[in-house]
Design a protein around this ligand. Structure first.
Ligand SMILES: Cc1cc2nc3c(=O)[nH]c(=O)nc-3n(C[C@H](O)[C@H](O)[C@H](O)COP(=O)(O)OP(=O)(O)OC[C@H]3O[C@@H](n4cnc5c(N)ncnc54)[C@H](O)[C@@H]3O)c2cc1C
Ligand code: FES
Length: 262
């Protein structure tokens, strides 16, 4: 059986430059992964960091990584064919089976789109499994837009609203994602779920806006990118009150998650 606490070498199959600061790394891997889980990626003598799986396929996984510090700088210096180390998969996942057959609203800010991308791709591939998908995806500006091909494809199957914080561009609204929550026809839904992913401040305001629009708190799901170290419940880095985000998260129902928002 695989020891998930041990980093193992994996070959980089491809690197896609999404934006100047965000690359998607396709890496050889045949693990069974649930939508929303993450790995700890590492480079020996450089560092390690938890990164969500942004897509998965036959013999590969993808990670979409924002360059912010030691490990991510190191990864951006790597090339196709190089080897990185990974341990995982870790964490819980989105309750996709519970979402099936219902309406689903996904609200994502910036790199927050990465942890929900594989679930969106799944429902795009199997539209019979979901009643409807409404996707609101927000980016700072046109240079920060991720997954352009996916966003185009999703338009044909989902109800989509793509928005830029301040600028005007064809195909995009202008304004924060919170502004568009009122455009979701919650009253027409029989049974539904709302997934919110992004920076804590975005999750906070968006969840509150959903509640203002009459969404019950227990229909909202959030995913946290809390600072972590071991990711296996040993070091306490991720602990908020009595909750180990690495073990019990990163996905939380908002009834519980709202107490964990900083
Ligand atoms: C479950 C989970 C999933 C995640 N998924 C993703 C993902 O899909 N994609 C992604 O890009 N990120 C993701 N992250 C975030 C990622 O793990 C962090 O950005 C990680 O810190 C990057 O590691 P690093 O070594 O490159 O950066 P670090 O060196 O750890 O730097 C991270 C930040 O801390 C600041 N910093 C570093 N050192 C110091 C210091 N001494 N004093 C003050 N500030 C400092 C840096 O300026 C930077 O802003 C996820 C996190 C979690 C917990
Ligand atoms: S990251 Fe070490 S306990 Fe959660």
């Amino acid at each position: 059986m695989k020891n998930i606490t041990l980093p193992t070498p994996h070959k980089i199959l491809n690197i896609i430059h999404e934006t100047q600061a965000e690359y998607t790394f396709r890496v050889q891997c045949s693990d069974e992964i649930r939508h929303g889980q993450f790995y700890v990626l590492s480079i020996p003598k450089v560092g390690e960091a938890p990164i969500s799986v942004s897509a998965q396929g036959d013999g590969w996984v993808e990670f979409t990584i924002r360059k912010v510090g030691r490990l991510t700088n190191g990864l951006f210096g790597m090339a196709k064919g190089d080897t990185l180390f990974m341990r995982g998969p870790y964490g819980n996942a989105f309750p996709v089976e519970d979402f099936e057959g219902k309406d689903l609203v996904v609200i994502a800010g910036g790199t927050g789109l990465a942890p929900v991308r594989s679930m969106l791709q799944y429902f795009y591939q199997y539209p019979e499994k979901i009643r409807s998908v409404h996707l609101i995806a927000g980016f700072k500006d046109i240079h920060c837009v991720l997954f352009e091909e996916d966003l185009q494809r999703f338009k044909s199957a989902f109800h989509t609203i793509y928005t830029l914080d301040n600028s005007r561009e064809d195909g995009f609204e202008t304004g924060m994602v919170t502004k568009f929550v009122k455009d979701i026809p919650f009253a027409d839904f029989d049974d539904y779920n709302v997934v919110i992913v992004g920076p804590p401040v975005m999750i906070n305001f968006t969840a509150k806006e959903c509640v203002n629009q009459g969404v019950p708190e227990d229909k909202i799901w959030v995913s946290f990118e809390r600072k972590m170290s071991c990711s296996v419940g040993k070091c306490g880095h991720c602990k908020i009150n009595e909750t180990y985000v690495c073990l019990e998260g990163p996905v939380f129902n908002y009834v519980r998650g709202k107490e964990l928002l900083d």
